[in-house]
Design a protein around this ligand. Structure first.
Ligand code: ZN
Length: 455
């Protein structure tokens, strides 16, 4: 025991970790999210790239690329008819943002052979020194930290003493962050210090006197979690939430029984390139449908609003792009409602379409879609723009393969796709097509019913 006990530790739930609004970054000039998408291999990995944080960006890019490479070498590509395709999904959340500290939490999900494993880790960055700081670098009195964690987990169901001691001896602590009350949050990985039933073992250490346990950087990280601000700006606090009136429904409905209609769709955004894409659509007075991810809407709310304000349709592509057929029904429902709620709060429009990631759907997914008043919208023309990052190839596939009633799939996370938008719009019009939203193409899509093209 230390001569003086500065803190007490208690077992915590994982959601006691304070997260910070990612729109603080989305508003920054030069900020972008990066994504690796592989529709065949069921890979979706996304992470932030933050201006003037080169060492953090390198660290995240290296770690995220390594994760994808490891997955690709570990698991063979799926064969036709395979029941469950192994899946890699990695998302991120912000756990601190200020002028002098940034914290990014990576959340990795691997689903293979019928069981899913989660892991998480925090990466802290000191904006003053321009260096990534190891989690233990937030701590001044490391011995006190080890004692507190050991005491807090003493006798806790499913925690193994030896594994815990080994992790602490190595300073192997995947997550360090803070609670909304400003206490220290310590998180371990599944199976790292305990049985699978113990999950991601977490502890909260009360910080009545923060400077006794935290390093100087730890105190700055704590401030970045408790009083977040846009890094490099004078404006403290998150931007104010604006509530919006619902936009008017489009006045001119087209008759796709008479006209040759097609619907262009973009998945996985909004992202940094979406603004340029919207500029193109505005110039051409054309319309598209955007199947957005909740985590991207939360990061790029202004772009999500502009999609709707510019007259495009917006549909649900889930919160973080997991294969819905691999999730429990209540988790599918949570993915849908969390995303639809975020979209409604941000844009003023309640979505009526669901595009399940990878097009993976089954009876349980359709049942959840029906329950939440969403029709399931797949596609009939796959440009495979994620595979061929080649504007010419994408333009030709989109224009040449379109038939009356087609739904065309692309991704606005790829700059090569964004660059081809003008030529695709012109090319389809030259072939006599009218560009419409998915809902206008389908007429009155039924909740819970799956559509790949105009019926
Ligand atoms: Zn997608």
């Amino acid at each position: 025991m230390s001569p003086q006990n500065v803190a007490t530790a208690t077992v915590a739930a994982v959601d006691e970790l304070q997260t910070v609004d990612s729109r603080l970054l989305g508003a920054l000039e030069g900020f972008r999210t990066r994504s690796v998408l592989d529709e065949d291999r069921h890979i979706h990995v996304t992470w932030p790239q933050i201006p003037e944080a080169a060492a953090l960006n390198d660290n995240l890019a290296t770690s995220r690329s390594g994760l994808v490479d490891d997955f690709r070498s570990e698991y063979a590509p799926p064969v036709p008819g395979q029941v469950a395709t192994p899946e890699l999904n990695a998302a991120w959340r912000l756990v601190g943002a200020s002028d002098d500290a940034l914290g990014v939490l990576s959340e990795d999900y691997l689903n293979a052979g019928g069981s899913a494993a989660q892991s998480w880790h925090s990466t802290w960055y000191d904006r003053d020194s321009g260096a990534v700081v190891a989690n233990i670098g937030l701590i001044d009195d490391r011995e006190e930290l080890r004692e507190q964690i050991t005491e807090g987990l003493d006798g806790h169901q499913g925690v193994f003493e030896d594994e815990l001691a080994a992790a602490l001896a190595d300073d192997d602590i995947p997550v360090l962050g803070f609670t909304p009350q400003g206490d220290l949050f310590v998180g371990f990985d599944e199976l790292q210090v305990g049985a699978g039933s113990a999950g991601q073992v977490s502890v909260v250490i009360s910080l009545d006197d923060p400077d006794q346990l935290l390093s100087d950087f730890g105190e700055r990280a704590r401030a970045a979690a408790l009083e977040p601000e846009v890094p490099g700006s004078e404006t403290p606090g998150p931007p104010t939430e604006s509530t919006r009136p619902a936009p008017q429904p489009s006045a001119k409905r087209v008759n796709c029984r008479k006209l040759k209609c097609v619907a262009i769709t973009y998945d996985d955004g909004p992202a940094a390139g979406t603004e340029e894409l919207l500029d193109t659509y505005r110039d051409k007075d054309a319309t598209a449908t955007f199947f957005v991810l909740g985590q991207q809407v939360a990061t790029y709310p202004e772009t999500a609003r502009r999609i709707v304000d510019d007259g495009h349709e917006i549909g649900v592509h889930t919160w973080d792009h997991k294969d819905l057929t691999q999730l429990a029904p209540e988790e599918v429902g949570r993915q849908i409602t969390r995303t639809a709620d975020e979209m409604t709060a941000t844009t003023g429009v309640r979505p009526t379409l669901l595009r399940p990631p990878y097009g993976a759907t089954d009876d349980a997914v359709r049942a959840q879609a029906r329950r939440h008043d969403l029709a399931v919208a797949l596609w009939s023309v796959d440009t495979e723009d994620w595979r061929d990052r080649d504007t010419d190839v994408v333009v030709h596939r989109a224009v040449d393969q379109a038939r009356p009633g087609s739904i065309i799939l692309m991704h606005d996370i790829h700059d090569t796709t964004v660059a081809g938008a003008g030529r695709i719009i012109d090319g389809l019009r030259d072939r006599g097509f009218t560009l419409v939203s998915v809902t206008d193409l389908l007429g009155s899509p039924e909740p819970g019913t799956t559509y790949s093209s105009r019926p």
